[in-house]
Design a protein around this ligand. Sequence first.
Ligand SMILES: C[S@@+](CC[C@H](N)C(=O)[O-])C[C@H]1O[C@@H](n2cnc3c(N)ncnc32)[C@H](O)[C@@H]1O
Length: 200
Amino acid sequence: MTFGQRFARFTTDVVVRHPGLWRFFRGPLRREFDRLAPRWDSLRGPDSLAPLEAVLDRLETPPQRVLDLGTGTGIAARLVGSRYPEADVVGVDVAERMLDEARRLTDSQRITYRQADAERLPFDRGSFDLVTLNNMIPFFDELARVTTSNGHVAVAFTAGAETPIYVRPERLRSELSRRGFAEFAEVSAGRGTALLARRS
Ligand SMILES: C[S@@+](CC[C@H](N)C(=O)[O-])C[C@H]1O[C@@H](n2cnc3c(N)ncnc32)[C@H](O)[C@@H]1O
């Protein structure tokens, strides 16, 4: 791993255990992703969306309102937008230059982008029936707050445990269970892994 990737892993490990420490990491991580934004898509492997696609295959009902957290250049937001033609999709990121790229690459009016922090989202309780995270640090309290009853959260890691931003499935399950999620499904696809959970 590069220094930047090791920093992303360290940040993930700390913040998942102690979300209150995110305030010390927000600035450096945002600067790192702003720096990477112009070449972010060239760093991606060919099957990087395979885990997210595989876990979305488990959804029985198409979502109507989707939030893609840590959207970066919007690749997962666009995937969801094309899979679910009736859905409105919001991609959120702290890094404005990532969002510049996302807007440039998106031609659907159903997909919009907003700069915001996943730790404190500018959305009402129960606003979304699907929340996706592709290689993104989960902030579990906010995930539970913005996901509607019977809605789903999909958490995917492109390269499984080798992904710089990675959380083990046991940890995902325990944090999500404590906040009212159940009916977990785990998949492996391409080089990666993903987990789906339903909010009761
Ligand atoms: C590893 S990148 C993944 C980008 C995209 N999901 C993809 O798969 O290409 C992580 C993204 O999450 C964003 N991010 C990290 N922490 C965040 C937070 N607390 N709130 C919003 N975005 C965040 C970063 O700026 C970065 O764009």
